[in-house]
Design a protein around this ligand. Structure first.
Ligand code: SME
Length: 169
């Protein structure tokens, strides 16, 4: 467990994504998806230290706040408004270089300047949650971040969600 803290912040992001991939599967071994979401968020935060990062879960047609690190955040997000909703409805990662330029962006923290949201899918490809990361710098995320985070999430998605939860759709 102590090894999980050993991220070298002077190494390029790609190397830290590699490290995350190696550590994630072993760390997320609990049968409880919330426990695993909590440790996933903490681990990614240790690797990158972004302004805010966390999960929103699809529950009864809304996105409901899950485990996160950073300032307090909006507890519920709704369809068709904001970056998280866009990733949910498009079922793909959404990179926003400047949140002020994204129509409908939902402001949870005034310090967030750029954002990346990645869908968490079940075995049928349905979006069951999204993983949202916010940076206090404009243009902090690229398609490489989107691809690497998506790969990381896809690799452990079955440990981050329950396959069958009433009301998830
Ligand atoms: N900005 C997000 C809302 C969530 S917070 O950033 C934590 C959005 O537009 O969906």
């Amino acid at each position: 467990m102590a090894d999980a803290a050993a991220f070298d912040h002077t190494t390029p992001r790609e190397a830290r994504y590699d490290q995350l991939e190696m550590q994630c599967a072993a760390l997320l071994s609990d049968p409880d998806p919330v426990a695993n979401q909590a440790n996933f968020v903490a681990l990614v935060n240790m690797a990158f230290g972004w302004h805010w990062l966390g999960f929103y879960r699809v529950l009864n047609g809304e996105l409901v706040l899950g485990p996160f690190q950073g300032p307090v955040a909006c507890t519920r997000l709704f369809k068709d408004k904001g970056v998280c909703a866009a990733a949910w409805s498009r079922n793909e990662a959404v990179v926003v270089q400047d949140v002020d330029a994204f129509p409908g962006h939902v402001v949870c923290s005034a310090e967030s300047r750029s954002e990346l949201v990645v869908p968490v899918r079940d075995s049928e490809g349905q979006v069951r949650a999204v993983f949202d990361v916010d940076s206090d710098a404009v243009g902090d995320f690229t398609q490489v971040d989107a691809d690497r985070l998506q790969r990381l999430i896809d690799g452990v998605a079955s440990r981050l969600i329950e396959e069958s939860i009433p009301g998830h759709a």
